[in-house]
Design a protein around this ligand. Sequence first.
Ligand code: 13P
Length: 249
Amino acid sequence: MALRKLVAGNWKMHGLSADLEEIRTIAEASRAYPTVDVALCVPAILIERAARAVPGFAIGGQDVHQAEKGAHTGCTSALMLLDSGASLTIVGHSERREAQRENDGEVKAKAESALGVGLTVILCVGESLEVRERGAAVATVIAQLDASIPHESTEEAELAVAYEPIWAIGTGKIPTVGEIAEMHSAIREQLVHRYGAAGNQVRILYGGSVKASNAGEIFSIADVNGALVGGASLKAADFIPIVAAAALV
Ligand code: 13P
């Protein structure tokens, strides 16, 4: 059976109180597409207000610390995210892997910590342009995936994987249909290798310059079970057509 599509927005460092109205508009408009799971991952400080503004709509974080609590200035634990009203979180986004130098081991610990409290996890992997150009994209991403995903898949909490080629993020460039198909199929194979049949239930999202104009084509690729959307998730007018495209396939 085909997996339900998940379309998640990553608001990155965007979002003030004034934007709660846009979140309400997105949540309201999403109800027209009940076959699609829709979520918005907002800055940690906005989670509680966003979750209160749109009861029943999935609000998530963009990162989580791996420790339960302790001396980690400026960090947010999985329980804190949950306590604020989040139901999911992104981990291992390339912007954090680069700017905060997060490595695969840390990303794995973050994923395990979030899954441990029952948060859905969107774990990001993706190659640089240099890696793509030297023909090592699949091997690199699979190695990254293997080192970042939790030991065991859990039944209660859900893991999703987002393939986000770094060179496609915010650039308007996207891989070819063949390149996305090849990568998603390799990720699926690795998930089944690691988790057995449960690996077929893990949703694999594509991320990087997803827009209304390319979403339909991307969603029709085998093993693309949704999208992680950056810039085009900030406004309902840009985001909802992507949700609508997911409902059509
Ligand atoms: P864009 O959709 O802006 O390219 O960002 C993708 C992304 O990084 C989502 O996590």
